[in-house]
Design a protein around this ligand. Sequence first.
Ligand SMILES: [Zn+2]
Length: 388
Amino acid sequence: MQNPKPGVPTREQIRRAPKVLLHDHLDGGLRPGTVVDIARETGYDGLPETDPDKLGTWFRAAADSGSLERYLETFAHTCAVMQTRDALIRVAAECAEDLAADGVVYAEVRYAPEQHLEGGLTLEEVVEAVNTGFRDGERRARENGDRIRVGALLTAMRHAARSQEIAELANSYRDSGVVGFDIAGAEAGYPPTRHLDAFDYLKRENNHFTIHAGEAFGLPSIWQALQWCGADRLGHGVRIIDDIEAGPGGQVSLGRLASYVRDKRVPLEMCPTSNLQTGAASSYAEHPIGLLRRLYFRVTVNTDNRLMSGTSLSREFEHLVEAFGYTLDDMQWFTVNAMKSAFIPFDERLAMINEVIKPGYAELKAEWLFDQATAERPLASGSAGSEG
Ligand SMILES: [Zn+2]
């Protein structure tokens, strides 16, 4: 990048900046080496590669292939190695540790308990193992000098019929590590309205949920998630762009649904790299996040599946900084948006914003200004022995 605008962060500053992550799948974020280790320990022989580097490359290639079958195969492998208590604890702990090392200070990580029962665990045992892992990871991060808090979201699969049961599970663990509920899986043919009982139940319990909607599928899916199901947030929501008309002169007009989403400050959990892989956007520069940010939608930046997309939250921000010239102020705006939209109580969100996020960005901005000031002083560069 030439002639950066004031405040365009370096890669290192992006990593150190406090970040908040609302949309990350536990079974989409394993370390390749861990997949190999657990497969060996548990006798799972289905992996396409047993060298961690080659396996990591295979995951990204399969996710990039444009074939839904190959993409789904990646999750068959990660889920296959997440069927014991020890494996779930390890995967969850490493997830917290990896996010913390990437500068994430608060994360909501989701998983579908029903996909981890093949080794004989009960739904409750799955939730308790993952909770134990997250607490272990938080502790290890603290020992490394990082700080992170991780909450779990329990996902029900759209094509299955267990959403009520999973919603009740989320509700019974709401005071111990589970902060909300989600539904995921193929949108086409499986509208969120199939799961109205679960959403109605959660509303009656004053609990929170997000719905994967408006990724591959268009506006009807977003409309149903909001107006029939009552979602607090939208997973992706990227197709809301179909309800926004941008004229050649730069004038923009919002349809009723897009207006509602913006007026009600509905949080959009955007995952740029994942959207490129599934074809929901064609490049970072053309990703709807650019326009939605300009129009002040409640946009947040997320990773979706770190392993399959070969990404991290810092990398997502690097791509956006490169595509849109975002500054530290923009990064702070996205981060505060995400923290405001988290499912933990208001006072705790506010404390994170005032005690962690704002001071973190203030420090980075001061550092950035200092670097600029010293770089502009002619004697400060390339004149050895000029001190004093
Ligand atoms: Zn997702």
